[in-house]
Design a protein around this ligand. Sequence first.
Ligand code: ATP
Length: 439
Amino acid sequence: MATDKNENLMEKIVSLCKRRGFVFQGSEIYGGLAGTWDYGPYGAELSHNIKELWWKHFVSSQENIFGISTPTLVPEAAWKASGHLSGFTDPVVECEKCHHRFRADHLEDKKVCPDCGGKLGDEKAVNLMFPVSMGSSGDSVAYLRGEIAPGMFLNFKNIIDTIHPDLPFGIAQIGKAYRNEIAPRDFLFRVREFDLMEFEYFVRESDWEKYFEMWRSEMHKWVERVGINKDMVHELEVAPEDRAFYSKRTIDFEFDYPFGRKELYGLAYRTDHDLRSHSAGSNVDLSFFDEESKERFIPHVIEPSFGHGRTLLAVLVSAYREDVMGDDTRVYLAFKPAIAPVKIAVFPLLKNKPELVEKAREVYKTLKKEFGAVMFDDNGNIGKRYRRQDEIGTPWCVTVDFETIEKDAGVTVRDRDTGEQKRITVEELVSYVKEQLAN
Ligand code: ATP
């Protein structure tokens, strides 16, 4: 029987994340650093699994997408050339009375302060990038990247010269981006340091609409694969005046977060803006020679962009469940097995029977060797152990009981979502779990 999980859903998720070691406030013992979050053991596993699945989906299983990894420090000249120094801004208004600052595009009434009712001042464009002084004299300026795309454009020539790809092809990476958000809020949704998973897909100009559509539908497939509820994802055609300065078409993929429908992902047609401006700024030719047409030109770019923290939050919101099992209300996270932080938990039925513990440890070792993220737990009664695993989203719990050792009858496996148990041999379990993880 389901309960009304939506009441205070955000508070429930934040509290579960803290209580069970998924996510903590960044630098908490010093009072917290706004807009930063630390991932604890289960959060780090979940985060890693999402990145790995994304890489598999968009990089290693593709024939023509090449993964790279580039520094978060990028020189000022590159940002100047791409237009980010002047254009990577948010519109900000400040209250003349309480001096609180707001994103003008997030306010319904841009004249009245939502906090104190005071008069809001004029809108100003505030740059989001963090400048960093480099070198011993500190007079060389770099910026912590506000987006990870420049890494792909700055490596365009390296990829052409080393891999020699034909068009279309993509360059992908996963990495940190930094934005000096004026109002970090809503847990992992709006932070100042976050991971992006992104690729630039280089195409002939005449093909841009075809590939824009191709990646649009692939993004929906990803949403389902990672375990985001597809009914909570909605496309928004971004109006020209709201698009980033480099984009000729953008679709936002919005998600129904508990605090409202907000951007999850973006899909942008960046034209040839970036390669053209970096060519001009660096004096390095970033054109492409097309063997087919024997023409040299600057390719155009489609960019699917996936916020990693927003993915993790959308996954948590989609996976959070409450129901009544037996006499208890239980909370569980219905993660897809591929991203679950712990795949299998192994229990001896009783803690004080050495033969059960010994056999359970043997099963645990076998499974751990196969799957890595396997846990052993002999604390408290079986019911409590199940609840603990449900709360962190472990798909399968395995119990070693007397039948396992006396009759060589295998182990019992309990399914997280249905609570159903069945008896199965360890070998059968290994192939079953392998099959599930491959999906
Ligand atoms: P918003 O309008 O919400 O500020 P944006 O349109 O500026 O977002 P993009 O520049 O398109 O965002 O960034 C690409 C992706 O990075 C977004 O789709 C989102 O998933 C993620 N993202 C952007 N800003 C943040 C942030 N401050 N914290 C966490 N994730 C972010």
